[in-house]
Structure formats: structure tokens, C-alpha cells
Write a protein that binds this ligand. Structure first.
Ligand SMILES: O=C(O)CCC(=O)C1=CC=C[C@@H](O)[C@@H]1C(=O)O
Ligand SMILES: [Mg+2]
Length: 371
């Protein structure tokens, strides 16, 4: 594949409702949409899921834009890409910046799929034709959260994830359990606790939670292994797993029983596949995490979640959960708690060019110079 042109678009869209965690509240989502164009004029699309500020990882829209423009795109123009599986190695000499790398690497996966008339799911070995819909409730207060849980429950979502922190945990979950005793429920702490809170976290064992996501430090593996020996609830890691090596170390240490895989956080689809194969071999359950992202990234999440090792519902809601109108068509729909995995070429969705244009706040074209 000869990439002739790369187009970077910064897009901005308000969320239908604020997304609140103890770290930050997201009301407007900024992302970079990456378009790679080959010599025949065919386009592939990827999405950089970094936020506008470094509250989840150290990356931001600005840092990712800089790394793409000044390093990754020039590397791409100097190299003939045989297949998308090789792109992550191509970027290996650039340290970190996983979301910037994933945005470009996934665009190349989409282009390759379109050129060869193969869906992403088919190219990566996906087996499921539909994946379970899962929702995240990140409301600003308990009352609103319980209302949202009721709505998702009625829509048939197969798992609800809520945000917890010290002071918003035991009584909050108890209230939810009183109203929804059998709801498949998990909690995400985004590193709000420390080993001083072991007793608080042990108390949550009474609620039959599916898992507790990232209770401790966002770069920790050792303390999570210590904690897992002291609580019944399975620990799931998110922020701590940014590479294949982290996943290997977490398994060796016994830091978790479940992992949330996000293509952006681990630096691309191939890295996510490598983690999938490792975790399958080591009986670590997986689910596909979300990044409050748009339909291009969610399309890759659908393909990833169709793999056999993704045994738990992920953060995969309908497009209408966050957006008045998504940038893909058709939009992602939940039917009786399930979402179909597209089997059309590439990401399997068309780009809603009118909507993409309407939400684009900055656009730049990078042309491969004739040598
Ligand atoms: O994309 C979704 O539907 C939810 C995403 C989500 O829960 C998160 C996105 C980014 C940071 C966190 O707040 C949280 C997570 O940690 O998984
Ligand atoms: Mg998380």
C-alpha cells in the first residue's frame, strides 16, 4: 500500500450529558480523525482517542497532533506498507504516544480492509456476529445515576459500569443493589484508592460485583497483586496496562483477573491483538474498554470485542448514548442488548461526511512529496 496523503481533522462535539469521574468531567469531546489516502484515492479512517487534557493518560489532542505531524506521518511516507500488522513495529522507535500511534495504525487497517474487501473483524480473527452492549454511568449525583441505570436496564444493556471513589462507594452500590439486585454490575475507581483502603474495598465483596476496575495507582501492578489476595471481587486493570509487557507482568504478579483492552491506550490494534492472544493463554478474561469516542473508534472496538477472548460486555453503547449525531452511518445501534458486528470492508461503516465536516474545527493535509 502506497499512502499518498494523510488528512488530520480535529473534531469537537458536545456530549448529550456530562461524563463525570473523580478525575474530570467531560462535557465536550475533542478528537483527531485520521484519514489515509492511497495512490488510487481510496481512504482509510482512524481516530485518536486522547482527551483535551491529560487527565486519563499523559496524552492530549495537542500532543498527539504534534507526534503525528512531526514524526509518525513522515515515517509513514518513507515506508512502503505491506500490511497493517507491521505498522506498530514501524512506530516502535517513537517512545510512548500510544493514542497518536493507534489513530494512524487503525486508519491503515481500515484502508487495507477496503483495498482487499475484508472487514476488520474478519482480518483479526473475530468470531462473534454480535457483541453485548455495555454502558457506563458517570453521572454527577446518585439520583441521576440511578435514573440512568434504570434506562440502560430497560434498554437491555448486558452490563452497567459505575464510577466509584472514597465516599461514593458502599452506600451508593447498596442503593443500586436494593433496586437492581440481579444487575450485572461493575465499578471503575480510576485509581481513587490506596492500600490504606483495603477494608473499604473488602466491604464491597458483599455486592457480587463482576469486578472492580483500577482501584489503585494508574501505573501500578505490585500493589494490585497485594490487594487481589485480600478481596474476593476480581480486579480489572485499565490504566496500568499500556503494553504487552505490562500485561505479561500483571499475569506473572497476579495483579488482576480481568483486563480492559483499549486500542488507543495500548498503541494500536496489533498490540491489542497480541495482548488478546497472551490473555487467552493465561485465562485472563477480557473486555473492550471505551474512551467516550466517536463511531470510527467504536467500530474498531466492535471488531476487537468479536474475538473469542473478549468474554465480557465492554464499554460499547449505542451512538445515541453520547451524540446527537455520530460521524458514521449507519450509527451504532443496540437491539435487545446486542450490537451487530459489521461484515462490510474495513470498519464496516460509512463516514457521514456532512456531519464530519460540520464538527471539524481544524483540518490539515499532508502530501507525500515526490522524491
Ligand atoms: O466510552 C465509554 O462508553 C466509557 C468510557 C469510560 O468509562 C472511560 C473512559 C476514559 C476514562 C475513564 O473515565 C473511563 C475508564 O476508565 O474506562
Ligand atoms: Mg477504566
Amino acid at each position: 500500500m502506497e499512502i499518498e496523503k494523510v488528512i488530520l481533522r480535529v473534531i469537537e462535539m458536545p456530549l448529550k450529558k456530562p461524563f463525570t469521574t473523580h478525575l474530570a468531567t467531560v462535557t465536550t469531546r475533542e478528537s483527531i480523525i485520521v484519514e489515509v489516502v492511497d495512490k488510487d484515492g481510496l481512504s482509510g479512517f482512524g481516530e485518536v482517542v486522547a482527551f483535551s487534557s491529560p487527565w486519563y493518560t499523559e496524552e492530549t489532542v495537542q500532543t498527539a497532533y504534534h507526534i503525528l505531524q512531526d514524526f509518525l506521518i513522515p515515517i509513514l511516507f518513507r515506508t512502503k506498507i505491506e500490511q497493517p500488522q507491521n505498522v506498530s513495529q514501524l512506530f516502535a522507535k517513537i517512545k510512548g504516544n500510544h493514542m497518536a500511534k493507534a489513530g494512524l495504525e487503525t486508519a491503515i487497517w481500515d484502508l487495507y480492509g477496503k483495498r482487499n474487501n475484508r472487514s476488520i473483524a474478519e482480518m483479526i480473527g473475530g468470531e462473534r456476529k454480535q457483541v453485548a452492549a455495555g454502558a457506563v454511568v458517570a453521572a454527577k449525583n446518585k439520583k441521576e445515576a440511578i435514573e440512568q441505570i434504570g434506562k440502560f436496564h430497560d434498554l437491555g444493556y448486558q452490563r452497567i459500569k459505575i464510577k466509584i471513589q472514597p465516599g461514593l462507594d458502599y452506600s451508593y452500590i447498596k442503593e443500586i443493589r436494593n433496586q437492581f439486585p440481579d444487575l450485572p454490575l461493575m465499578v471503575d475507581a480510576n485509581s481513587a484508592y490506596s492500600l490504606d483502603d483495603v477494608k473499604k474495598l473488602q466491604a464491597l465483596d458483599e455486592f457480587q460485583l463482576m469486578m472492580i476496575e483500577q482501584p489503585l495507582g494508574d501505573d501500578d501492578l505490585v500493589e494490585h497483586a497485594i490487594l487481589q489476595k485480600q478481596i474476593q471481587t476480581p480486579i480489572c486493570l485499565d490504566e496500568s496496562i499500556v503494553s504487552f509487557h505490562d500485561a505479561e507482568s500483571a499475569i506473572q504478579l497476579g495483579s488482576c483477573q480481568v483486563m480492559n483492552v483499549k486500542i488507543g491506550r495500548v498503541g494500536g490494534l496489533q498490540n491489542a491483538l497480541d495482548i488478546h492472544h497472551l490473555c487467552r493463554k493465561n485465562q485472563i478474561q477480557l473486555w473492550c474498554g471505551g474512551m467516550i469516542e466517536f463511531g470510527i473508534s467504536k467500530a474498531f472496538n466492535l471488531a476487537l470485542a468479536s474475538l473469542p477472548g473478549f468474554t465480557l460486555p465492554g464499554d460499547i453503547p449505542a451512538s445515541t448514548n453520547y451524540w446527537e449525531e455520530d460521524i458514521i452511518e449507519p450509527e451504532i445501534e443496540v437491539k435487545n442488548g446486542w450490537i451487530s458486528v459489521p461484515d462490510k470492508a474495513g470498519i464496516g461503516f460509512s463516514i457521514n461526511q456532512k456531519r464530519l465536516h460540520a464538527v471539524t474545527v481544524h483540518r490539515e493535509i499532508y502530501q507525500k512529496r515526490a522524491v
